[in-house]
Design a protein around this ligand. Structure first.
Ligand SMILES: Nc1ncnc2c1ncn2[C@@H]1O[C@H](COP(=O)(O)OP(=O)(O)OP(=O)(O)O)[C@@H](O)[C@H]1O
Length: 346
């Protein structure tokens, strides 16, 4: 066995968070060989790396496969200079010349979907997480930016306990159900309300886009606060190519309020991808549908905004759910979210 063979084998072992080879990240150091006993040092980005055990296991498996009889790993952590250099190289990869994230370039291949509603409580976050989960199930690389800065709820709805790993100022999103997630919830103090004015909000949204290592993405879903406030205006300016999904209930008043969000999209020249009518009906066990909130709100809204209703999501029963807001694939809402995801793939 040679050092070269060892490094070749380790080229296929990735840092689980950065999704890059440990060799490429220069995390493997001081490889020594005594017969078939391999000793090496792994320098982690941060000393208390929660994924240390996983990294150790992956390294051992790769080295036993090429004939090691014993593997001894000594863990260390990067110096502040090394960490800064790594953050810079990650940033260079994802930053365009003007300092904005490369994924915001129109040719980046990332589809941005902003999920908006006129008023709160109509199921905007529910639509965000279920659409994201359905896209991820179809093999797409999906991220959610919980841009509902005051009313963040995505991590709680997906029962995320972890916080993003920070490498200097760069955050590695937390992953749950195959979805990369960034949210104000990770940075807020407990459940304290966030009360900021426009410029602060703008800074945070930019931060979430610029200082997050999203890696490769096919879709980024942005869960916007209800209404037509500062965040919606900032996002419209920062991501003009984003397509807007407007969530409403069939209730006529809800759809009228939602139309304001849609009209703003028209003003800011955002493409409206369509209307999702949530809580559209309750399906009884014998198949009859009960329209608890009325029937025409979604259609009316779509007509007004010259778009179409792209999904009608029924009420989901509590046992349809995997978590507070995520529906099982085989439940009726789950099926509807799958066809909504297909709408965006086709
Ligand atoms: N189709 C549905 N069937 C049953 N319950 C639903 C459905 N959609 C949403 N809910 C429930 O309604 C509540 C509000 O949903 P959600 O938090 O997604 O709304 P929201 O529009 O994001 O609210 P906010 O404006 O507060 O962020 C949640 O408890 C959610 O589980």
């Amino acid at each position: 066995m040679t050092n070269e063979q060892i490094l070749n084998a380790l080229k296929h072992v990735n840092d689980p968070e950065l999704n890059k080879s440990l060799v490429e990240l220069n995390m493997i150091r001081n490889v020594r060989l005594e017969g078939n006993h391999i000793q090496l040092q792994v320098v982690l980005t941060i000393s208390g790396c929660p994924l240390k055990a996983k990294i150790q296991e992956d390294i051992e498996n790769a080295l036993y496969k090429i004939g090691a009889s014993k593997v001894t790993i000594e863990f260390g952590s990067m110096t502040p200079e090394e960490r800064a250099a790594l953050t810079q190289s990650l940033k260079n990869e994802t930053t365009a010349d003007n300092g904005m994230p490369a994924m915001l370039r129109p040719d980046s291949g990332v589809t941005f979907l902003t999920i908006t509603s006129g008023k709160g409580g109509v199921g905007k976050s529910t639509v965000t997480i279920n659409l994201a989960a359905a896209l991820a199930k179809m093999g797409k690389k999906v991220g959610i930016l919980d841009a509902d800065i005051y009313g963040f709820s995505i991590p709680a709805m997906l029962q995320v306990q972890d916080k993003p790993t920070m490498i200097d100022q760069t955050a590695i999103p937390v992953e749950s159900y195959g979805i990369k997630i960034m949210s104000m919830a990770f940075f807020a103090n407990g459940n304290n309300p966030v009360m900021w004015r426009g410029p602060m909000l703008n800074k945070w949204i930019k931060n979430f886009l610029v200082n997050t290592h999203w890696g490769e993405l096919d879709y980024l879903l942005l869960d916007l606060p209800p209404g037509t406030g500062d965040v919606a205006i900032d996002v419209a300016a920062m991501i003009p190519q984003a397509k807007e999904v407007i969530v409403t209930t069939p209730h006529v008043v809800a759809s009228l309020v939602a139309s304001r969000a849609g009209i703003m999209a028209q003003h800011t020249k955002h493409e409206i991808a369509g209307v999702v009518e949530n809580m559209a009906y309750l399906e009884e066990s014998d198949g009859t549908k009960r329209y608890l909130f009325g029937k025409d709100g979604g259609e009316m809204l779509a007509r007004q905004l010259q778009t179409e209703v792209i999904a009608r999501i029924p009420f989901g029963q509590p046992d349809d759910r995997l978590t507070e807001g995520l529906y099982q694939e085989e439940s009726l809402p789950g099926e509807m979210f799958r066809s909504l995801a297909e709408h965006f793939i086709l």
